[in-house]
Structures are given as structure tokens and as C-alpha cells.
Design a binder for this molecule. Structure first.
Ligand SMILES: [Zn+2]
Ligand SMILES: [Zn+2]
Length: 115
């Protein structure tokens, strides 16, 4: 689905639906959900499980983790390299996949706090 694979941000299914509807007014939300799970299974996008709020979808497949602002919920990418071997060694088992969500306070929110 081109809309997902060309989007810049980490969008939720609802946001993708809104974008898709602008191009294809007749598209159904169920179609979006189906496409998202197909693309996720096929490894063409990544699903990010959010602690608060709906899951987000990421078309950047290069190994990266996420920084989540605890104040505004903004999500940004953090490139830490491939930690699979490191995590496997630490855990004593072979890790097949992992997802790291790091929480912090983004620069914008830090600036807001200072005021
Ligand atoms: Zn923030
Ligand atoms: Zn990302």
C-alpha cells in the first residue's frame, strides 16, 4: 500500500485511513487494518506497540528503536545498531526479534517546561 510505504511519520491506523480516504474516498477502515497486518507479516512495515494509545506503523525497516516523549507522546527514531547478538548473549537464549521503546522528554517539551 503506497500510502503507508511513502509516509514519513509513525502513523496510527486511523491516520493512515484519513490519508488513504483523501485518495480513495470509498476505502474502508477494515481494508486498512487488513493491509497493515499483511504488510507487517510480510516484513514490509513494522508495528510499534504503544503503551498509551493505538499502535503505530513504521515503514523504516532499517534496524532502529524508538524514543517516546512521556509528555506529548511524540515518537522519534534512534539508531542503536543491531543488538540481537548482545541481547541473546545477555538473555542466554537466541532472540529472534526485539522492540525497544525508550521514554524521554523531547526537546520541545523540555523547552515548554522551562518557561
Ligand atoms: Zn514532547
Ligand atoms: Zn521509526
Amino acid at each position: 500500500m503506497a500510502i503507508i510505504e511513502t509516509s514519513e511519520d509513525h502513523l496510527t491506523a486511523d491516520e493512515i485511513f484519513t490519508k488513504a480516504r483523501a485518495v480513495l474516498p470509498s476505502i474502508a477502515l477494515a481494508t486498512i487494518y487488513r493491509n497493515l497486518s499483511q504488510l507487517t507479516k510480510a516484513g514490509r512495515i513494522r508495528r510499534i506497540t504503544m503503551q498509551r494509545g493505538p499502535d503505530r506503523f513504521d515503514k523504516t525497516l532499517a534496524r532502529h528503536e524508538h524514543l517516546i516523549c512521556t509528555e506529548c507522546g511524540a515518537l522519534s527514531d534512534a539508531y542503536l545498531g543491531d543488538l540481537q547478538e548482545f541481547l541473546s548473549a545477555k538473555a542466554g537464549v537466541t532472540i529472534l526479534d526485539y522492540e525497544i521503546n525508550m521514554r524521554y522528554i523531547c526537546q520541545q517539551c523540555r523547552q515548554k517546561r522551562r518557561k
